[in-house]
Design a protein around this ligand. Structure first.
Ligand code: C2O
Ligand code: CU
Ligand code: CU
Length: 446
């Protein structure tokens, strides 16, 4: 009995979703959540969920200033869903949190205006207690915001050629190819961590890259795992953007730590390689994505690493009207924030519209004997700037806009944001099994 084999496959590139509104200042998109099956491992079938396809979803690309409407249809069998625009600054009624349930057979059409700078965001379901399972089965996609800055920077922007998204996720496959969402004790404690990495839904794929500069838009789309990404030959790269957009200037590195839901755009220069050279991306030294350099197709536009990207106006801590404290506590089924688990009928925090606040997030869960768990903090509807970590300035690649940040056991992170959108929003741990267990609360801006 031969064991199942993984065929080496080309990296799938998610399709760019067509805007069906002819008006240049408006955009209209259609998305359908559906059940499907997919062959990840040849000869096996995996039950999945996807948006407009069998796994993951298309890229929705919008522009700053544009009025957007998205018709979201739920064709899932007997299952409620929602669709949340992670990182998008919109009012609560368009945000797609657990209050915006879409019943099977129904649809939901939020409308919003894009008011924030160019960034790589993402969208995923957010139904109460079911987010982990639906994301794990495949419901997730990217949302690109473009603006004058992203148009004019001398960086690669040829989608699928030298501007390529990488959605990295980990799965556990059963012998028959299924990845059932059965949570064992370890998953309840730490969130579901897999043993097989997928990139854009493919196991150990390869990508032919031009002998030149590549822009990779990376999303950690995993339920719970933190990645330490790099290249097998220690190739240097430059991070140019974090969750909410570009840095002031590129940051040189050879290892990138990325928690669940965090994004990073990086530039990698392949111009010094020869035709046929293979460079691999790795997580903690384990290779999972091959880049094979190709001079076919000849004339690629050559780029250098830009000196400057986009100025970021620092939010002044003195403008903050208050400091609000969030404490991650508890373990396993008892994970909570400030001693409370999610109650959809309770508003936990009231924020005044158009004010600036410092949010101080600390992690006091599972300390001592158990070693503790890192929890990624996320809040809806805003982008933060990180002030400090335990009183020290954050690492360089946390000096831009952030909507999700890791908080280690015993650590205290201070972040600042201005709350310009009204409505009810969530804040939570982005380990989806913790979120589903109740490590989430609600804040109302008005
Ligand atoms: Cu990425 Cu509340 O979500
Ligand atoms: Cu979110
Ligand atoms: Cu957590």
């Amino acid at each position: 009995n031969q064991s199942n084999t993984v065929n080496e496959s080309a990296l799938p590139i998610p399709p760019m979703l067509k805007d069906t509104n002819p008006n240049p200042n408006k955009a209209e998109f259609h998305i359908t959540a559906q059940n499907a099956t997919k062959e990840f491992i040849s000869g096996t079938k995996t039950e999945t969920m996807g948006y407009n396809g069998d796994y993951l979803g298309p890229v929705i690309r919008v522009r700053r200033g544009e009025e957007v409407s998205v018709q979201v249809e739920n064709k899932l069998k007997d299952e409620m869903t929602t669709i949340h625009w992670h990182g998008l600054e919109v009012d609560g009624d368009a945000d797609g949190g657990p209050h915006s349930g879409i019943q099977p057979g129904e649809s939901w059409t939020p409308e919003f205006t894009i008011e924030q700078p160019a960034a790589t965001l993402w969208y995923h379901p957010h139904p109460e207690r079911k987010t982990g399972k639906q994301v794990y089965k495949g419901l997730a996609g990217l949302l690109f915001i473009e603006d004058e800055v992203s148009d004019q920077l001398e960086i690669p922007r040829d989608y699928g050629v030298n501007d390529v998204p990488l959605i990295i996720q980990d799965k556990r496959f059963n012998k028959d190819g299924s990845f059932e969402y059965d949570l064992g004790m370890h998953d309840i404690m730490n969130g579901l961590q897999g043993n097989t990495l997928l990139v854009n839904g493919a196991i150990a794929p390869y990508l032919e890259v031009p002998k030149g500069m590549m822009r990779l838009r990376i999303l950690n789309g995993s339920n719970a795992s933190v990645y330490e990404l790099g290249f097998d030959n220690n190739q240097t790269f430059y991070q140019i953007a974090s969750d909410g957009g570009f840095f002031e200037k590129p940051i040189k590195m050879n290892e990138l730590k990325l928690g669940p839901s965090e994004r990073a755009e990086i530039l990698v220069d392949f111009s010094e390689y020869n035709n046929g050279d293979v460079i691999q991306m790795s997580n903690q030294g384990v290779k999972f994505l091959k880049f094979s350099v190709s001079v076919n197709g000849a004339s690629v536009k050559q780029f250098t690493i830009p000196e400057k990207l986009n100025p970021i106006e620092k939010i002044n801590p003195e403008d903050a009207v208050r400091t609000r404290k969030f404490v991650f506590q508890g373990m396993g089924p008892r994970v909570n924030i400030n001693g409370k688990q999610m109650d959809i009928n309770r508003i936990d925090e009231q924020v005044n519209l158009n004010t600036t606040e410092i949010w101080e997030v600390s992690n006091e869960s599972g300390m001592g004997m158990m070693g503790g768990t890192v929890h990624p903090f996320h809040a809806h509807g805003v982008q933060f700037q990180i002030i400090d970590r335990d009183g020290n300035p954050p690492p360089l690649n946390e000096t831009g806009w952030k909507d999700t940040f890791l908080v280690s056991p015993g650590e205290k992170v201070r972040a600042i944001a201005t709350f310009n959108h009204s409505g009810v929003f969530m804040y939570h741990c982005h380990i989806l099994e913790h979120e589903d267990a109740g490590m989430m609360g609600q804040f109302q801006v008005e």
